[in-house]
Design a binder for this molecule. Structure first.
Ligand SMILES: Cc1cc2nc3c(=O)[nH]c(=O)nc-3n(C[C@H](O)[C@H](O)[C@H](O)COP(=O)(O)OP(=O)(O)OC[C@H]3O[C@@H](n4cnc5c(N)ncnc54)[C@H](O)[C@@H]3O)c2cc1C
Length: 402
């Protein structure tokens, strides 16, 4: 295949794999460089909203994911300390309204479904254990220098897509090596076998508990075999992502909460910790034949559950802009221009939502009053701009394996 039809993607996370699939469907040969030797991930659940599931459908990855996914009936928002219900969202009706389901999945299942869809394409090569070290943008293409088990190699392509996550090497070379912004928030994540828990925790319900300096979310995943628990605390810990945490060190913000979240926290045998970061929006994502995608471009706090969703949307948008073009650089700028306002709004809304979730004192009472007033219907309305978005697939990608 001509070099002009070869693209290099750095990173085989949710964003990189989605991009590889979408780009292969519009006629590119894609080389994905992945630093990790194995596409394996520390178990953690994620929520996929209708904007994400319709995009996964377009990529042909939804069908494989469905048997392992849970379609939640309801989102129940409660005050953690009092146990009082503040709002109840009918997620089934919302899914119908937005034209695609809400789903609860284990992130590794999502990555596997995408990896399987990528493996179906003769035009995608995933080079695992290969780390992008740097790149050079020439008039006729991109040269990427990489390292595999200490051996250096070079790859050539028409463009480079940096989908290499929060601490993106591609972003650092484009924009300088700045540290991501820490928000004094730390997620404690656990997957607990459902058989070890009362039946309440396996109901297809997302329960969100709000409190001063902390919130807790839990829901069933993995075809009901596991319950995913995420507790996010205001805290200063900044260790290695996903490192195992000693339960004795869990912050005390939930200590006097109501029984349901307390029980689950006590039942988790193994927690992993993730300090929470984002970055301020970039004025320009890319340059020349290089662009960014997913967390590399617009990392966001997890309060809207849109990090993976926005990376999948990016992938479809990128493929649509690159479809059938002679010149890649203008197409990359058009992609960035289209995506930047939406993901910037997500980044900003995620920060604001985090502040609201963790309110204490009088502001907490005001928040609770407001949530009771707007109820589930009001809550979903406020986020409809996220969920109703249908990222347009390029013409050669067919929708509809749902
Ligand atoms: C607590 C928490 C809860 C979340 N919940 C949700 C949720 O419910 N819904 C949702 O949509 N999102 C959620 N997210 C966000 C979501 O997980 C991320 O936004 C998403 O995984 C980002 O995907 P990505 O492909 O851009 O980056 P990553 O998943 O970070 O992938 C980057 C890949 O690049 C590789 N890499 C890095 N550097 C190099 C290099 N130099 N060369 C080659 N490869 C490299 C890495 O090994 C990795 O595989 C959550 C995040 C957290 C922390």
């Amino acid at each position: 295949m001509a070099r002009s039809r070869s693209l290099i993607v750095a990173g085989a996370g949710i964003g990189g794999l989605s991009a590889a699939i979408a780009l292969s469907r519009v006629g590119y040969r894609v080389i994905v460089l992945e630093r990790a030797a194995k596409l394996e991930e520390i178990g953690a659940g994620i929520q996929l909203s209708p904007n994400a599931t319709q995009a996964l459908d377009a990529l042909g990855a939804l069908k494989a994911l469905r048997p392992r996914a849970i379609e939640p009936r309801t989102l129940v928002v409660c005050d953690g300390a009092r146990g009082e219900e503040l709002a109840r969202v009918d997620l089934m009706s919302a899914g119908k309204r937005f034209g695609a389901p809400f789903l609860l999945v284990v992130r590794a299942d999502l990555q596997r479904a995408l990896a399987a869809a990528a493996a179906d394409s003769m035009d995608i090569t995933i080079e695992q254990g290969t780390e992008l070290v740097d790149f050079a943008d020439h008039t006729r293409g991109i040269t990427v220098s990489a390292k595999t088990a200490g051996e250096s190699s070079e790859q050539f392509g028409a463009a480079l897509i940096g989908a290499d996550g929060l601490r993106s090497r591609v972003r650092a070379q484009l924009h300088g090596n700045s540290a991501p912004q820490f928000h004094r928030l730390v997620a404690w994540r656990a997957l607990i076998p459902a058989k070890d828990l009362p039946a309440l925790y396996s109901e297809p319900v997302v329960r969100l508990w709000l409190g001063a300096g902390a919130h807790v979310v839990h829901y069933p995943v993995a075809n009901g075999e596991m319950v995913n628990l995420v507790a996010i605390f205001t805290d200063d810990w900044q260790g290695e992502d996903g490192s195992e945490a000693d339960i004795k060190k869990i912050p005390h913000a939930c200590d006097n909460w109501t029984e349901t979240p307390q029980y689950l926290i006590a039942a988790a045998k193994k927690f992993r910790r993730f300090a929470q970061y984002d970055r301020p929006p970039l004025a320009n994502w890319g340059n020349g034949r290089v662009t960014l995608l997913g967390d590399a471009a617009h990392p966001m706090l997890p309060f809207l559950a849109q990090g993976a969703a926005s990376a999948i949307e990016d992938a479809l948008s990128l493929a649509r802009h690159l479809s059938g073009v002679e010149e890649v650089a203008p197409a990359l700028r058009a992609y960035e221009h289209e995506r930047a306002p939406r993901v910037r709004k997500m980044q900003e809304t995620a920060r604001a939502t985090g502040r609201i979730y963790h309110l204490g004192g009088i502001p907490r009472l005001a928040r609770n009053f407001f949530l009771r007033r707007i109820g589930g219907a009001g809550l979903i309305e406020r986020q409809a701009w996220i969920y109703r978005h249908k990222e347009k697939a390029p013409e050669s990608i067919a929708f509809g394996d749902r």
